[in-house]
Design a protein around this ligand. Sequence first.
Ligand code: M6R
Length: 612
Amino acid sequence: MCGIVGYIGPREAYPIIITGLKRQEYRGYDSTGVALINRDGLQVYKKKGKVAELEETLLGKPLSAHIGIGHTRWATHGEPSDRNAHPHTSASGKLAMIHNGIIENYGQLKQELLNKGYTFTSDTDTEVLLNFIEEIKKNNKCSLEEAIRIALKRVAGAYVILVLDADNPDTIIAARKGSPLVIGIGKGEHFLGSDATPMIEYTKEVVYVNDYEVAIVKADELILKNLGNERQTLYITKLDMELAAIEKGGYDHFMLKEIFEQPHTIYDCLRGRLDAKAGTITMKGVQDNIEQLINANRIIIVACGTSWHAGLIAEYVIEELCRIPVEVEYASEFRYRNPIVNKGDVVIAISQSGETADTLVAIEKAKENGAIIFGIVNVVGSSIARISHAGAYTHAGPEIGVASTKAFTAQLAVLTMMALKIAKEKGTITEEYYSKLLFELEDVPEKVESLLKNADEIKTIAEKYKGASDALFLGRGYNFPVALEGALKLKEISYIHAEGYPAAEMKHGPIALVDENLPVVFVATKDAYHAKIVSNIQEIKARKGKVIAIISEGDEVIPGMADDVFVVPPADEIIAPMISVIPLQLLSYYIGVAKGCDVDKPRNLAKSVTVE
Ligand code: M6R
């Protein structure tokens, strides 16, 4: 949550910061601000609203500067407003700071400052921390860097901060704990970001700052220290990301681009790992830990949101193929419970961003209890990737739309390969079924490509149901979590209230909602439960509900019963979710667009949830 950008060097800082903020708007977009230091001193501009709105108001302002910071906010403390927007300035007006995270003990720090006569112009924890730093600097007569180190030792919570000092216009000081910070190294210049997107056209060399590190960033020098003032080694990583990957490439929205990218992203995920003809799956992270995985007493999956839905499908797949008990936990619940985790348990953490605060803490908790952590992550170099013992990247490329689409299908592809590899090594799958599933997995990109050719059919269905106020999504077996995912997508993109349920559960309550106005989406591809789901459709029709069914090619029963159908290529039930979810992604997209919603940046949401 919240995107931060910084630049110091010979180029104009403002255009780099504004472009970087637009690329990081997926992280939060309720207000925006920049701070620059130029010959007129410290300039701070900030405003409620999106980056483009601030940009418009700044036309003609003295923006020329070679040092600056910028922020796009997802509100935690204080409503979205001009005065709560970052950067915040200190009481003296000399320091400016942007912050991503939450200072949990800000109330106590604020009281200390109030007792000393400080006043505040915003409701934010950020303004409190900044003045706390300034107070330490003044009292201890120390450098800003030292004051920040002292202050951060008192701080509870999560943060990335970037601080400018009008009296020291050749340095940005940055620090992190629990929120991401990347520093790009150029020739005589440095770039800072919550992720690498603000810097990719300028440098491929980056440093991922670790927790409790403070970065002293000058144009031609980068120093990392810990809070004890000891120099830390700079580990430089090469970025593997191209500019085209973070642009819309002719699509109206990132979400649509990302839905349509799935034949390629699933292929990229399988490439170099799956060889159906040879009957092999090559996954180094799995191979290196194969004994622990085969002998695991239990697998616990921790994740949030869409990644949690991928975990639910993985539960079914792993239990079926590997005969290992699996539990799927919301990371946010797991971290605050007193869960039983034993040595010999394997924890799989699934996350697109690799920065979700709840998932990170859940991993730490499981680690403390001796579990092995296997991370399934999309963003290379992210915190979850770095703190896991082993893992596999999903290689879906940058996902910018706030709604997760291509990351989900790539997660399923990785989890399915992983399950197949464990099952093969463990001897819990027959040769025939193993080989069948490998070939089917290899065919997924082609099947997805073929169904996307009929996307317009979903657009027509979307037009018909865009006025609905509620919707129900039902599925059985492997398609039950797909129904949950369909409901989540519709909620977040179109603001239509939607619920996902196992189809058989509907008669235990949700059926009371059914009337002639309720669209009920059935994920009803051919599987072991097909006859059962046909009965469930009958039950909805008998109560005049409107049925939209996602069915397999060759299904001759459901088209005669449903109001609308969308046909997908047939697949084994273990593989089917990677295919059957795509029409649901399209449905929410087209309904969202038809309703005039901002599908890439739905209200109240942020892509990377780095606060709990
Ligand atoms: O980056 P993560 O996969 O850890 O994020 C988890 C959820 O925040 C995320 O899936 C969220 O639910 C999306 N908005 C779903 O579209």
